[in-house]
Write a protein that binds this ligand. Structure first.
Ligand SMILES: O=C[C@H](O)[C@H](O)[C@H](O)COP(=O)(O)O
Length: 227
């Protein structure tokens, strides 16, 4: 296991301590969350914890079910107590970029329907300013080449996300366009602009969403309260 993976595992294990019996828990997506779901599966087995997981991707749903964690879809629950997810970058105001794993649409839907949101990251994800991580957009395939041109004209430096010459597709069968902006000076106005562009289903800016961040540091897990 790499050192970065050790930090991811550390925060994954720390996060599940916040899960209590009978909770409905949103389960994020990604390599950090994978460690968290492993740790949660262990608790469900060892402590006969009775919880329901609401997965934010097919990948996470399959992992949870393999480990014996019961899951329901977001439309099958009446509330979500806490969602634990990863993040690609977090700035000093606790605004985040997500979607590096193409899951940010479902993640945002689960997040905005959760009473509390927690992000778990290794320390490399913490930044003064957002933007060095390319900003993911989930876009409808129909008209996406025209949308791409409009994004380029605006200077957003778009790039379709490809794998082996094929478009990466999301769990909703959409495409991903990453914006290589390097520096996002005003995340709020960028989010507003992207919200208004037809064809973009959702962007990866998660603003004023997270309540608690657990950062994996050399010295141990650091719990930060955002709001
Ligand atoms: O689309 C993927 C998600 O937003 C992930 O939570 C994010 O990319 C962080 O993933 P990882 O823990 O693998 O860095």
């Amino acid at each position: 296991m790499t050192h970065q993976d050790e930090l991811k595992q550390l925060v994954g294990k720390e996060a599940v301590k916040f899960i209590k019996d009978n909770m409905v828990v949103g389960l994020g997506t990604g390599s950090t969350v994978k460690f968290m779901v492993d740790a949660l599966g262990q608790r469900v087995t060892d402590e006969h914890l009775s919880i329901i997981g609401v997965p934010t991707s097919e990948r996470t749903r399959q992992q949870a079910n393999r480990l014996g964690i019961p899951t329901k879809g977001v439309d099958e629950v009446d509330h979500i107590d806490l969602t634990i997810d990863g993040a690609d970058q977090i700035d000093k105001h606790f605004q985040g970029i997500k979607g590096g794993g193409a899951a940010h649409l479902w993640e945002k839907i689960v997040a905005i329907n959760s009473d509390k949101n927690m992000w778990i990251v290794d320390e490399s994800k913490m930044a003064d300013q957002l933007g060095t991580f390319p900003l993911p957009l989930e876009v409808i395939p129909y008209g996406s080449t025209q949308l791409f041109k409009r994004l380029k004209e605006k200077g957003y430096q778009p790039e379709f996300r490809m794998a082996a010459d094929k478009h990466v597709t999301t769990d909703s069968n959409n495409y991903i366009i990453d914006l290589h902006m390097h520096q996002i000076d005003d995340p709020k106005s960028l989010a507003l602009d992207l919200d208004q562009m037809t064809g973009i289903v959702e962007h990866g800016l998660f603003l004023n969403i997270v309540n608690t961040v657990i950062v994996g540091r050399e010295t141990g897990p650091q719990v930060l309260h955002a709001r």
